[in-house]
Design a protein. Structure first.
Length: 254
């Protein structure tokens, strides 16, 4: 299994429109510092699973027949906006899994087109897909949100990767589950530097505290805002190979 990060930024992207902070100026000069809206694609053999539908080039990146399913973390517009174009496609339906949010986003449920929305996922009830176990776990956000833990077993060795965005902290039941089911890599929401807190997303201190509690082999930060990117440039020693800012296009194998 391979997970590729399509984007690692928050809703404002990096560079932020009109911003001249250090992070945004650097991203304008060096494309490797740019961050699109957070989403990912998971490849399992010949199958592709998309996590959130917000990539601006989604229709070009994934030609007809190349997407086997879409897994939504939640129904905020910045995580589903490209589905409003995708739904009007023709041909085979695309399975869409997500949390139990009857309100969804705008009229996606009313006019789904080729999007085949499935029965809402039940937290902590895994789904098997091509030999991979995918467990939905609740997150702490302003809209009903789920993270996903991907698990493989090879030669009797269990490997787990957790994808957790958007969230501020973690619900107790999710925290306990992650501690009791050791995770090799966590990719987690972290939008802000210390002292610049907002109620729906982690700051770097809170993310680091979760790292210390869960003790994964590594934790990569996603849903990164430009203020955190600036702070990280000024405080490089806060990060290392085990606690790091993930980047667009980065790949992880499980």
């Amino acid at each position: 299994m391979k997970l590729t990060l399509l984007g690692t930024g928050d809703a404002g992207h990096i560079p932020v429109y009109g911003c001249d902070c250090k992070a945004c100026l650097t991203a304008k000069e060096d494309p490797s510092f740019k961050r699109g809206k957070t989403s990912a694609v998971v490849e399992i053999g010949s199958k592709q699973l998309l996590i959130d539908g917000n990539a601006p080039d989604l229709l070009q990146r994934f030609p007809p027949g190349s997407l086997d399913a879409i897994w939504l973390t939640h129904y905020h517009m910045d995580h589903v906006q490209s589905l409003f174009d995708l739904r009007w496609g023709v041909g085979e339906s695309i399975l869409v899994y997500g949390p139990d949010d009857p309100n969804g986003c705008d009229d996606l449920f009313k006019h789904p087109g080729i999007l085949a929305f499935q029965t809402p996922l039940r937290p902590f009830f895994p789904i098997e897909f091509e030999g991979i176990s995918i467990t939905p776990v609740p997150l702490a956000h302003s809209k009903v949100s789920l993270g996903y833990v991907f698990e493989t077993t090879r030669g009797g060795v269990v490997k787990r990767l957790a994808y957790l965005t958007d969230t501020r902290g973690l619900p107790e039941e999710t925290l306990h589950w992650l501690i009791e089911n050791p995770v090799d890599l966590i990719l987690i929401d972290c939008a802000f530097p210390p002292g610049d807190n907002w109620r729906n997303h982690n700051d770097v201190v809170l993310a680091k505290s979760l790292f210390n509690k869960i003790q994964p082999d590594a934790m990569g930060l996603i849903h990164i805002g430009h203020k955190l990117a600036c702070w990280a440039m000024d405080n490089p020693d806060y990060f290392n190979d085990h606690f790091f800012l993930a980047r667009d296009g980065q790949e992880f194998l499980l």
